[in-house]
Ligand binder design. Sequence first.
Ligand code: R5P
Length: 282
Amino acid sequence: MIIPGSGSQALAADLAAILDEDLAPVEYERFPDGEVMARIGDVSPDRAVVVASTPTSDSHLELLQLQDAAREAGANDIVTVLPYMGYARQDKVFKPGEPISSRAVARAISANTDHVITVNPHERAVCDFFEPSAIALDAASVLADPLPHDLVEPLFLAPDDGAIDIAQTVRDTYGTGETDYFEKTRLSGSEVEISPSDAAVAGRDVVVVDDIVATGSTMSESIAVLNERDAARVYVACVHPLLAQNAVTKLARAGVERVIGTDTLERPVSQVSVAKVVAEEL
Ligand code: R5P
């Protein structure tokens, strides 16, 4: 049985269809004091697959409730699918006194599950924070499909060296083009500085590929550099289109041709699904 979190309903429905599994009749409520309540309905799954992205604190709470309800309903085997794992980027202590937030949430999620599946977490090592077995799937290949077939001398560009692998995956799936990467220095939560490489981009179509677009600063700064160097069309492709705050406006003002994201987070730009990649693991 597939048990969807409120923010992963479309992906969970796709998974249920692909796997020919039942979809639990989950209901989501909020009490007057702000607390969340997720009910999985009158079901008795032997194996429960909870599919829930966790971009917010409430979605973490909702996930814990869904796992607990599944166990309470008699599930012997609970698989937790985290299409987008929130707090994953705080994976070490950057300044004294800080928590390792990804470890803290991983431990909480581990309390009521037998296996965890993540999709392109910021660092694969985050899987080590879970106590049952946990794996990281790479869904970047699905980002190639919506790209136009007529890209001119395409360059698949990572905005920093951490995204090189997924830029290469998208290039390989697209079938042609070069890859390169910029250097990024983060100045604050919403400010970055991009140091370009010497790649020749004039007149070429560029696809900037990253695991996540959060505030859009990384992408808009990268696009600005590409525009200064007379790139032709600039596409943005990311696995997790978080698009916080004014990210959509930043990208539009920067002159992006199109933003392509997956359904790990259900947004207007979520044009491709990771369902098949996840289904193969279930
Ligand atoms: C960090 O290195 C990630 O790969 C992304 O580049 C980053 O999280 C994007 O954040 P933002 O959109 O806020 O610049």
